[in-house]
Structure formats: C-alpha cells, structure tokens
Design a protein around this ligand. Structure first.
Ligand SMILES: Nc1ncnc2c1ncn2[C@@H]1O[C@H](COP(=O)(O)OP(=O)(O)OP(=O)(O)O)[C@@H](O)[C@H]1O
Length: 432
C-alpha cells in the first residue's frame, strides 16, 4: 500500500538560556551555550494512505511538536518527513496571524497553499459559513477566543480538502454543537479514505475515531500499533502516573530517558498488571433487558460518552446480543430487534438493567386457547410500550396458534396469532 507519511529520526531541540546575554553569545561563539532540551528524540513512524492515527501521551510528551513538524509549521532539528500530498493542520491558532482579520487569514492561508484568486473566492464563503464566526470574521484574530480560533482553523483545513488532515485538540475547545459538526466532518473524511492524525486527551474520542495509536513519552516513541493493543496499555499507565508523586515521576522519567529496556519492562510488569481492565472485551450473549431507572446512561461505542435515557425507553424491553467488559464494568448492547447490528440503541452498564436469559426453543406450531387473563405484547416479556392487547378478557376461549416458543428466565413465552394478529403471550395465559 502507498505510504502517505514517512517520518524518520525526527528530533526537535529547544534551547533554554538563563538570559539574553547567553542567547546572544550562543549565536556568536563556536562552543554551544545554554541548556539543550529535546521535545522529540529520534521519532520514527509511517502511515499508510487512509490510516487514522491518534497521538497520545502525557502533557509535554511532544504530540503538538510532532504534529506541527508534520504539518510543516515547525522545522525539525534533524530527521526527515516525507508526505505524499498536502498536509493541513487544525490547531488552536496554528498558522493564524493575530493582527489580521479572520477573512484575511483565510485568504493568506489559501494563497500560501497555492490557490488562485478565483478558487479562493469560491472557497471563502464555505469556510466562513462553516466557522460560524458571524461579524467577528472581519475582526483581528487576536480578539478571538481559543474556541473561535479553533473554529477558523478547522473551517479552513477541512474546506481545502487536504490529503493528510492533522487535528490537534480541535474538538476540546469550542462548544458542543461545533464539536459535533467537526466530528461529522472528520467522519466524512475518514469515509473518503483520507489519512488523518488526531491529537487529543480524550481517550474516548481516540477509541471511537482512530485505528492506530502513536504513544509518545518524553519525546520518544513508547509504542505504535493498533488501538486495541496500545490504548489499554496507555490507559493503565495513566492510571499509575496519576498516582505518582513528583519524585516518583522524576525517577520514571529518568528511567525512560536512560533507555534501559530491561528496567522499563520490569516496571511495566509490576505496575501495569491492570492493563487488561482497560481492554474492551466483547462476548456474545442472549438476554432480554428492561432499564431500571431514568438515571441510567446510554453509552456510545467508546463507553465513555453518551446520554441519559428518556421515560419512553423505560417502558420497553430490549434484546441484548453482545456484552463487553471495560474498566471492571459489564456493558450490554441494547437493541430493538434480536440483533447486535440492527436497531441498536447503545451500551448500558449491567447494573442499570434487569435482565433474563433469552433462549429460543423452537418454531413448531402449537395450538392453545386463550384463558382470558393477562395482556399480549410485540416482544416476549414485554413492557408498557410493547403492549398489543391491553386485556385478553374478551379473547377468552379463542384459538391461539403458536409459531415460535422462547424461554425468558424461567418463563415460557409463545408467539402466535389471534384472529390474524401476531403477538407474544405468557404461558400462564394459555390453556390446552
Ligand atoms: N517553542 C518552544 N520552546 C521551548 N520549548 C518548547 C517549545 N514548544 C514546545 N516546547 C516544549 O516541548 C515539549 C513538548 O511540547 P508539546 O507541546 O509538543 O507537548 P504535547 O504532548 O503536545 O503537550 P500537551 O499535551 O500539554 O499539549 C514540552 O516540554 C514543551 O515545553
């Protein structure tokens, strides 16, 4: 497959000086003055065309520096970046000129990218509309909030249709509505098979969006691979990192920078024992479930974000064909039909559901008679919104021809037809 991006031995050195005198002397003297600080050290990685890669790492690990180098905004001290096509970076304020208005920034950026005046005139209204900056578009960018700068950056980057899109924390600023709109645009790019690099501290977004993860640690590549492999390790590491005090963090940093692989493996063995907890483990199951209360939460597939249930959802019975375990919790996939793909509602913690085992018995024909008690439903073990007939009193003595039998917990439910209408009836409401 064609490589979209090859980064080789990228290092980025910054210098810290104790004052202006040192800074000036360093320019003129043949010996180096000042303290060297490496934001990146020998970073190597490649992306195939269509890869969606997330950069993760604690604060200061070099994620933004690397994305800025790939986008051509910051030069590397050494190493090479080979890009097939044009890269575009969306980052708060990156490449925006503070003194110029939003509109002038759009024109400048497009001119720098080689667009003609006619092309710019065509693209500009779309960019302005997407950015939703209204009258601010003619104000200097220095008067913008970080969210507004991010909107402008995002609007320019996605509308020029780059080959590689680099998104640096663009979704963590700005409001929820804009973040939603941006995410849709990114999904559109993903579907088009564009190569994308995504920098974010939201691991939920990473899991939802990326296929590969590059984990940076103090400017070095700690790991690079499939999301399912790298992200649980990183989450387990974060869990430990948050518990460490200043001294322990310093010791850890020295261990990494000294590069002793054996010591590092030993540390991981002792401290990342819980890493499997952060893996999402999927299993097939067959249950029926009812939501216990309105406090329950329906999660997206990343199991981090979601929304509360509504009252109507409490009056339904759901099919559960898949379960996952993540961070010690079990989540069930709720669906309106007996499938884990069709009519899916979302994931819910098992503690928020009342469930029963759901076993298909057979599809044999059986003949029963209604005994006039109970109700009938459009699903076995139905709830209020599944009611077909509120009372079966008037059907007493009528024939009920069964075409499907299922066991829900300890109870048998029959699906059959009463006067041509299909419904599920509990065993207690039928007689032979
Ligand atoms: N212009 C600069 N001059 C000096 N040091 C810099 C400069 N830019 C970045 N750094 C340093 O380089 C290191 C990496 O920074 P970078 O912003 O790439 O990290 P990051 O992983 O994106 O962090 P965060 O998660 O906090 O955004 C940090 O220690 C930072 O202080």
């Amino acid at each position: 497959m064609k490589k979209a991006l090859i980064a080789k031995n990228i290092s980025k050195k910054y210098k810290f000086y104790s004052g202006t005198k040192e800074r000036i002397l360093d320019l003129f003297l043949p010996t180096e003055i000042g303290e060297n600080f490496y934001a990146l050290r020998d970073v190597d990685f490649e992306a195939e065309k269509g890869d969606v890669i997330g950069f993760v790492g604690i604060n200061g690990s070099g994620k933004s520096t690397l994305s800025n180098i790939i986008a051509g905004i910051v030069p590397a001290t050494s190493g090479t970046v080979e890009i097939n096509g044009q890269a575009s970076l969306i980052a708060v304020a990156s490449g925006l000129k503070a003194e110029l208005s939003g509109r002038d920034n759009i024109e400048l950026k497009l001119l720098m990218l080689g667009f003609s005046k006619d092309e710019i005139n065509e693209l500009e209204p779309d960019i302005i509309e997407f950015a939703e900056l209204e009258k601010f578009i003619d104000q200097p960018v220095k008067s913008y909030s970080s969210g507004m700068k991010s909107r402008l950056g995002f609007a320019i980057s996605v509308n020029i249709d780059p080959d590689i899109l680099i998104i640096d924390e663009a979704l963590s600023v700005g409001d929820k509505a804009f973040a939603g709109k941006s995410l849709n645009k990114m999904l559109e790019f993903k579907e088009k098979g564009k190569t994308m690099v995504f920098v974010s501290h939201s691991l939920g977004q990473m899991r939802k969006f990326c296929e590969k993860i590059l984990w940076l640690e103090f400017g070095k590549v700690k790991d690079y691979g499939e999301v399912d492999e790298v992200l649980p390790q990183y989450e387990a590491f974060l869990h430990q990192w948050e518990k460490m005090n200043k001294k322990e963090r310093e010791e850890y940093r020295n261990m990494i920078l000294n590069g002793n692989k054996e010591l590092q493996e030993q540390w991981a063995e002792e401290n990342l024992r819980n890493k499997d907890e952060f893996k999402i483990k999927e299993e097939y199951t067959s249950l029926l479930g009812k939501i216990k209360s309105t406090n329950a939460f329906i999660y997206h597939s990343n199991l981090e974000e979601g929304h509360e249930v509504n009252n109507e959802q409490l009056k339904n019975v759901y099919y559960i064909k898949k379960l996952v375990t993540y961070k010690g919790d079990t989540f069930y996939l709720l669906s309106d039909s007996p499938s884990s793909e069709k009519d899916v509602i979302g994931w819910m913690k098992s503690s928020d559901l009342a469930v029963h085992l759901h076993v298909a018995i057979d599809e044999d024909t059986r003949h029963f008679m209604m005994n006039g008690r109970g109700r009938s439903y459009n699903k076995p073990w139905g709830a209020e919104n599944n009611i077909v007939l509120k009372e079966l009193k008037s059907a007493k003595g009528e024939k009920f021809i069964v075409n499907k039998t299922e066991k829900i917990g300890k109870n048998i439910w029959y699906r059959g037809k009463l006067n041509g209408q299909e419904m599920w009836v509990h065993q207690n409401h039928l007689s032979i």
